[in-house]
Design a protein around this ligand. Structure first.
Ligand SMILES: Cc1cc2nc3c(=O)[nH]c(=O)nc-3n(C[C@H](O)[C@H](O)[C@H](O)COP(=O)(O)OP(=O)(O)OC[C@H]3O[C@@H](n4cnc5c(N)ncnc54)[C@H](O)[C@@H]3O)c2cc1C
Length: 471
């Protein structure tokens, strides 16, 4: 299927690409936004009933109601609204799934909102074309039963746009790489309002930047094409421990060694929480594509005689069902209601660092802090650090998210103690307080990203507090 058919913009889009602003003056009345009709865009003003609900981020965490929200349904509408915003000197934010930790998709003025560009089409050969506003759940559903998957992120209501533009880490990352590694092309509206298709051959630099350079800095992505990967059987596993901090630290370091020396077909995530007994609650969830027997044996090696808090669960099930279990709103609900700080560790945590971290964690008691660790490496590190804009390709790196009540001294102490072991931070887990955030997010890829920014958006039309700076 051709992308043009998929997006249902037909001749309108073709005409738009050739002569993007031919009808702009006619389409606009006075200084108002472009009038294009409901197939292309719906405007919601701040005083309308729907405005507030549409302004919520994930789990209603932040609500900034913009004066105007443009719910765009075609690349043409996106281009026209961008051009209008430039003409009239309006600042705007770009929103797809609204999951940004730091509200970069919110604005009190204008929000260009892509949530309705959410169609997903799967070709028989495994090519997936998805609108920028499609959520991980939409992709899972579209691929269910097809024998193929995309290595997306874990949370099902995250939209593709933010996820892929920043990288996209999930349980299949060690087996198949990041979400952005499966990308074959992106359709994107640039600062002039033109619709471009960027891939390895055309606008290759922009394509490079769209794989890890972060959302909201180079243009507005309207759709993505991916190559889905075959998957043959998935096994979900789930382990939990309640242990004193030194014992929990031993499990944690053992798990990291098991991960980095082990089978790339095992994807895991560890959550650490203070337990009311004064110990540490560790929960490890995982997904394996290594077959049931092999998974049971390998998971047994991980447990290695340590007393579990509840019986281990190791169960074969369809990928889509396992995905439902992998994002539950228990401990990780804190990621949304709490302030989250994040970093990428340079290597596995030492036993000393893990013990210190967990000893601090149990001090958080009544105002619990949670720590979530996702290992990278394996297929993520098979792509060179400069092959895409996502730089964290080390074989033993992990992301660590520390979520706590705003102002939590425990969370701050854990973060500060980990800094010496840190290689940077993941742009999709943004943190407004990171010192030197451009280098933390993009490392040695930063100068190239800045050059691309200067080329495609020299006036910094697409910007938020932590988008790639011009210089
Ligand atoms: C509960 C939760 C779970 C998460 N789980 C994971 C996970 O498993 N793996 C992972 O890698 N990440 C995860 N994340 C982080 C997530 O990848 C980022 O928050 C991502 O940026 C969200 O994208 P979005 O489109 O939903 O959010 P938005 O808030 O809409 O956008 C995020 C950023 O992208 C920009 N943007 C949005 N749409 C576009 C567009 N169409 N074109 C250009 N720029 C755009 C915005 O301006 C903003 O800067 C999670 C976040 C949350 C809150």
């Amino acid at each position: 299927m051709r992308r043009r058919d998929f997006l249902k913009t037909g001749a309108a889009a073709t005409g738009f690409v050739a002569a993007p602003f031919l009808s702009r003056a006619a389409a606009r009345s006075g200084d108002g936004p472009p009038a294009l009709g409901g197939d292309h865009v719906t405007y919601v003003r701040a005083d309308e009933t729907a405005a507030s609900a549409l302004s919520e981020g994930y789990a209603g965490r932040h609500v900034v109601v913009p004066r105007l929200r443009a719910l765009c349904r075609s690349p043409r509408a996106v281009g026209e609204v961008v051009h209008w915003a430039r003409d009239t000197g309006r600042r705007f934010a770009v929103r797809s799934g609204g999951h940004c930790f730091e509200d970069f998709s919110q604005s009190p003025d204008l929000v260009i909102d892509l949530r309705d560009l959410n169609r997903v089409h799967v070709d028989p050969d495994g090519r997936v074309v998805a609108g920028a506003g499609a959520q991980v759940a939409d992709i899972l559903q579209a691929l269910a039963g097809s024998g193929r998957v995309l290595p997306t992120g874990t949370c099902q209501s995250v939209a593709l746009a933010g996820l892929v533009l920043g990288g996209g880490i999930g349980f299949l990352s060690r087996a198949h790489g990041l979400a952005c590694d499966a990308l074959t092309d992106v359709e994107i509206v640039d600062a002039e309002g033109h619709t471009l298709t960027a891939d390895h051959a055309s606008h290759a630099d922009l394509f490079w930047a769209c794989r890890g350079g972060g959302g909201g800095g180079f243009g507005i992505a309207t759709s993505f094409s991916f190559r889905a990967v075959p998957i043959d059987g998935t096994i979900y596993f789930d382990l939990a421990w309640v242990l004193a901090p030194p014992d929990a630290a031993r499990i944690l370091t053992h798990w990291q060694a098991w991960t980095f020396a082990g089978d790339h077909r095992f994807g895991t995530m560890m959550v650490c929480l203070p337990h009311f007994t004064g110990g540490v609650f560790l929960r490890l969830q995982g997904l394996s594509t290594a077959g049931l027997d092999r998974t049971e044996r390998h998971v047994a090696r991980l447990v290695d005689g340590a007393r579990l808090w509840s019986p281990a669960r190791v169960e074969q099930m369809p990928f889509v069902d396992a995905s439902d279990l992998l994002w539950t709103d228990d401990a990780r609900g804190q990621m949304t209601s709490h302030r989250t700080r994040s970093l990428v560790t340079a290597g596995p945590l030492t036993l000393e660092a893990a013990t210190d971290m967990l000893a601090r964690l149990v001090q958080s008691g009544a105002d619990p802090v949670s720590i979530l660790i996702e290992p990278l490496g394996s297929a993520v590190s098979e792509t060179a650090a400069d092959a895409t804009a996502f730089p964290h390709r080390g074989e033993t790196q992990s992301t660590v998210q520390i979520a706590g009540p705003p102002g939590s001294t425990v969370a701050a102490g854990i973060y500060d103690a980990l800094l010496p072991q840190t290689a940077g931070a993941y742009a999709n887990y943004p943190d407004r307080d990171i010192a030197g955030w451009p280098s933390a997010y993009w490392g040695t890829n930063l100068p190239r990203l800045q050059a691309i920014k200067r080329r495609y958006d020299p006036d910094d039309v697409f910007r938020h507090r932590q988008s790639v700076p011009l210089a």
